[in-house]
Design a protein around this ligand. Structure first.
Ligand code: SAM
Ligand code: SF4
Length: 317
């Protein structure tokens, strides 16, 4: 379905939980989030109904996210049922990878096509710092498991944080020569109530190119990412710049939170609740959410954080 600005909305990001086994500093408070009462969350059946409604409106791609989707006990069943919905051509997953060693193969068999993995650093101490509790070796093992499981594509995403991992850009980019992965650098987005990072943390993704003199523009296109490639690499380098050059003109997505709220835009307060509706009701609500999509969100900067009114783990980044 087209929105009011002629954009074809073909992509649903489905958050299956706002819980996580990590506590990344830019995403989630240290104490975690209070566990939502079970009856406020979408049930598995409601998620599948929502995907069916979305498919009826022309959505062909679903990305399952969270929180950490792999902490959801029924995640395999959700993946299998979403991937089987008629009209859904591609079902992908975003994860911190720490549970992939045990689950990658089963996720592949459940119909997951592509996996995005979050990894901000290759240094074990820094990984423990930024995730507040993560073990780097588990995430690295998860990447290897994803590669062994034979997904169509594995992408690694690092949030660029000045003064934290800027100096690791060359080493992270080098992963594209070691493995058949894309390595994407994402500008840190200022979220509501965010006081952890100083001005120097917000650096434009273009700075990555200064650190990778060998990188040349790549032939392929990847939605919101600008792509480059190192000589001899098996995957691309991607730059995702929500702050320095926002990509609202190409936005083709709708988001559904774990507690059943449709978000027409990641950075706006507008939400429509679909919890408890039948498929016809969900279809109607999705039409309305697509119609409500703004032309673009307000500019983001440290002084003007996202108006999302939720943390990223509660939206599904
Ligand atoms: N737990 C999974 C993971 O970490 O990949 C999926 C959910 S997480 C919210 C999705 C993505 O959002 C991650 O790549 C994470 O780095 C990104 N993210 C979270 N907070 C962010 C922020 N303030 N700025 C930029 N990216 C952010
Ligand atoms: Fe968890 Fe992902 Fe947020 Fe990190 S970025 S706290 S892994 S949801």
């Amino acid at each position: 379905m087209k929105d009011g600005y002629g954009r074809n909305i073909s992509y649903l990001r489905l958050s299956v939980t706002d819980l996580c086994n990590l506590r990344c500093r830019y995403c989630m408070p240290e104490e975690g989030v209070c566990k939502l009462a079970h009856d406020r969350l979408l049930t598995e059946d409601e998620m599948v109904t929502a995907v069916r409604a979305a498919a009826g409106l022309g959505i062909t791609k679903v990305r399952i996210t969270g929180g950490e989707p792999l902490v959801k006990p029924n995640i395999l069943s959700i993946c299998r049922r979403v991937a089987a919905v008629e009209g859904i051509a591609e079902t992908d997953l975003t994860t911190n990878a720490t549970r992939l060693p045990a689950m990658a193969q089963a996720l592949r068999e459940a119909g997951i096509r592509r996996v995005n993995i979050s990894l901000d650093t290759l240094n074990a101490e820094k990984y423990a710092f930024i995730t507040r509790r993560g073990v780097l070796a588990e995430a690295m093992e998860g990447i290897r498991a994803a590669l062994a499981a034979g997904f169509d594509k594995v992408k690694i995403n690092a949030v660029l944080i000045g003064g934290f991992n800027e100096d690791e850009v060359p080493a992270l980019a080098e992963l594209t020569r070691r493995w058949p992965v894309d390595m994407r650098f994402i500008e840190l987005m200022p979220m509501p109530g965010d006081t952890l990072f100083g001005e120097q943390a917000y650096i434009p993704a273009d700075r990555v190119l200064d650190m990778l003199p060998e990188a040349a523009p790549a032939a392929e296109h990847d939605g919101v990412a600008r792509l480059y490639r190192l000589p001899g690499a098996m995957g691309n380098i991607g730059l995702i710049s929500p702050l320095s050059s926002h990509f609202c003109g190409e936005c083709n997505r709708l988001r559904l939170t774990a507690d059943g709220h449709l978000k027409p835009c990641l950075h706006s307060r507008e939400e429509i609740c679909i919890k408890g509706l039948d498929e016809a009701g969900m279809t109607q609500a999705m039409r309305e959410a697509i119609r409500m999509k703004p032309r673009q969100h307000d500019p983001l900067s440290r002084g003007e954080p996202s108006r999302a009114a939720r943390q990223m783990n509660q939206i599904g980044g």
